[in-house]
Design a protein around this ligand. Structure first.
Ligand code: MLT
Ligand code: ZN
Length: 463
């Protein structure tokens, strides 16, 4: 169970409280070393340390730095890039015992929470206080705020509310040497030099471990309405987006293909309308039935849209959302190879045309499922393994094509990871988005916060 760990670390661990170690069975321990990326390395065998507070985290990290022990911090493990994957010879730092909502500041509308509070629990707490936490995605029930912050999670409402970064008003972080930093403390204005808080947001657990977050809440939106539209061509997507955005207060504008719809229907969702167009968009907006109908008609008369449905109740809106939010789960059984990419929204039509040509040429035998948050320029591509291919050959082929995709993204100034992070899986493609000067500066920053290189080693860039 302790194969490959430094003796000095194991001796130091004996001074920890008796219950600091998570005592699960082999399957439970192995699960804590895996995330939702589907990456199958050698199974993690322990140990798992599960501190109860920031002091426990600091004690573990300072021992790890002194003894050169590799630590992998984990939360809800819903990440899709292997950012929370651990292997034998590493120690998992599980934050699951730090799962309390700590306080609410009514005047500042600030909610202070421990890292293992789920996204959904934060949304519900905000609602109980009469406010709104707007970051949202399908894994809301199991994703945790520490991981959301560590990956600067995006999701379905980025178009209107931005990413997790926009909602972090304060952060307590323990660096790799065990130093506790209390960053920004919920201040709105704080013009005192480098804002280290933002350095930790999106750092994928490579610089420090988040032990507390103070989140900004906002006013709840008006009643929302959802519309799903059918489109005959990819070109129409951005034209429809521009026209809906001019007339409605959009909070989401999502896209999926008929192939994605087929999978989600097979998993039990209901078809939105009788016709079978090749592409679909889902728009969510502040309720305005008359305006939505007139925009729909205008899009139909311009030949952009061929069919559509507008929700008449919360239940119908949820059923329409299922068509988009259920895609990932409906594909999970196939263990798809995933790309999560972004370009500037204005570049989406030209990019879609090029990526379409690229995939038709490079993936003649694989099923490619397209969907995503097209209103913020983010496209998800899930490639399904065809029968008869070994996993290894399939992944090798997808990796070859991802290099070509990286070249195309570099041409557009786009991103090889829009919202899933780099982790382990996207590391070979980082250079398509970040220059070597940038990567070198990131490495230098890593050395400042983590001089012994013990925190989430190998994630983001090679250790
Ligand atoms: C989504 O938007 O559904 C996700 O980010 C997950 C995925 O790419 O599978
Ligand atoms: Zn997404």
């Amino acid at each position: 169970m302790i194969r490959g760990l430094p003796e000095a670390f194991l001796r130091g661990l004996e001074d920890f409280p008796e219950d600091a170690l998570f005592e699960g069975n082999a399957d439970e321990v192995a699960a804590l070393g895996r995330d939702a990326s589907g990456r199958r390395g050698e199974a993690f065998v322990g140990p798992v340390v599960a501190p109860r507070d920031a002091e426990g985290v600091a004690a573990l990290l300072s021992l790890a730095t002194r003894t050169g022990t590799r630590i992998v911090p984990v939360g809800g493990r819903t990440g899709l890039s292997g950012g929370a994957a651990a292997e034998p010879g590493e120690v998992v730092l599980s934050l699951h015992r730090m799962n309390r909502i700590l306080s609410f500041d009514e005047v500042g509308r600030l909610l202070t929470v421990q890292p293992a509070v789920t996204t959904q629990a934060i949304q519900e707490a905000a609602k109980e206080h009469g406010y709104f936490y707007p970051v949202d995605f399908a894994s809301r029930g199991s994703s945790q705020i520490g991981g959301n912050i560590a990956t600067n999670a995006g999701g379905i409402k980025v178009l209107r509310y931005g990413l997790t970064r926009n909602w972090v008003a304060g952060l307590k972080v323990v660096t790799a040497t065990g130093q506790l930093l209390d960053l920004n403390r919920g201040l709105v204005k704080n013009a005192t030099g480098y804002d280290l808080r933002h350095l930790f947001i999106g750092s994928e657990g490579t610089l420090g471990v988040i032990v507390e977050a103070t989140l900004q809440l906002t006013d709840p939106p008006r009643q929302q309405q959802v519309m799903v539209l059918g489109l005959e061509s990819l070109d129409a997507i951005v034209e429809v987006f521009s026209s809906l955005r001019r007339g409605l207060m959009l909070s989401a504008f999502e896209f999926f293909s008929s192939i994605a719809l087929r999978h989600v229907l097979a998993a039990g969702a209901r078809k939105p309308f009788d016709s079978d167009p090749p592409y679909y968009v889902l728009a969510e907006f502040d309720e305005d039935e008359a305006k939505a109908e007139s925009l729909f008609e205008a899009c139909v008369s311009q030949g952009l849209v061929c069919d559509g449905v507008l929700s008449q109740s919360g239940g119908q809106a949820a059923a329409l959302w299922r068509l988009r939010e259920g895609i990932t789960e409906s594909l999970a059984q196939y263990r798809p190879y995933k790309n999560d990419i972004a370009v500037r929204v204005g570049d989406v039509p030209a990019f879609l045309e090029r990526i379409n040509i690229l995939f038709e040429r490079e993936y003649p035998r694989f099923e490619v499922v397209w969907f995503g948050h097209i209103g913020d320029g983010n496209l998800h591509v899930s490639v399904l393994p065809p029968p008869g291919w070994s996993r290894e050959a399939f992944e090798e082929e997808c990796e070859r094509v991802t290099h070509k995709l990286g070249e195309l993204l570099a041409e557009f100034g786009g991103s090889i990871s829009a919202e899933h992070g780099i982790g382990l899986l996207k590391r070979p493609y980082l250079h398509y988005t970040r220059s070597s000067a940038e990567v070198e500066l990131m490495r230098q920053m890593k050395r400042v916060f983590d001089p012994a290189g013990i925190l989430n080693p190998g994630k983001l860039f090679a250790s």
